[in-house]
Ligand binder design. Structure first.
Ligand SMILES: [Fe+2]
Ligand SMILES: [Fe+2]
Length: 138
């Protein structure tokens, strides 16, 4: 699996949300790296747990910011977040029971695929919206 690299084409125009996306991408790359270099599954598990917790934290932050500007497509956006959270929770639970390296691989690949897709297709449409309304927090 290749690294995901963040660049300006992934910027949603809000510093704190870009920073969250960069953190999520960095954690995915960190897991990939740990696996490539044969780190033990305990180390991988610690990063996977951090990644999942951080992703959920990011979704809440994004949802709160969008709610604050009465973003019209908020409900659909929340549903997209919940869908991923449910998939992650299910995989994480299975992983907690077996520490199977295939499951941590699956979690990483799911997030890898999902994050770029989601930023470009679901997050990006709020860019002009938040730019105009809440970017004063910068
Ligand atoms: Fe989002
Ligand atoms: Fe996001």
């Amino acid at each position: 699996m290749g690294l995901v690299l963040w660049d300006r084409s992934l910027s949603v125009g809000v510093e704190v949300l870009d920073a969250d996306h960069i953190t999520i991408i960095s954690l995915i790359n960190h897991i990939d790296d740990a696996k490539q270099h044969g780190s033990d599954e305990d180390a991988v598990a610690a990063i996977v747990g951090t990644l999942i917790r951080f992703a959920v934290h990011h979704f809440r932050r994004e949802e709160d910011m969008l709610a604050a500007v009465a973003y019209p497509d908020l409900q659909r956006h929340i549903e997209q977040h919940r869908l991923l959270e449910d998939q992650l929770a299910e995989l994480h639970e299975a992983y907690a029971q077996t520490s199977d390296p295939d499951i941590s691989q699956e979690i990483m690949e799911l997030l890898h695929f999902w994050i770029v897709e989601h930023i470009l297709r679901v997050d990006m449409p709020y860019k002009s919206f938040l730019d105009h309304d809440t970017n004063t927090t910068k």
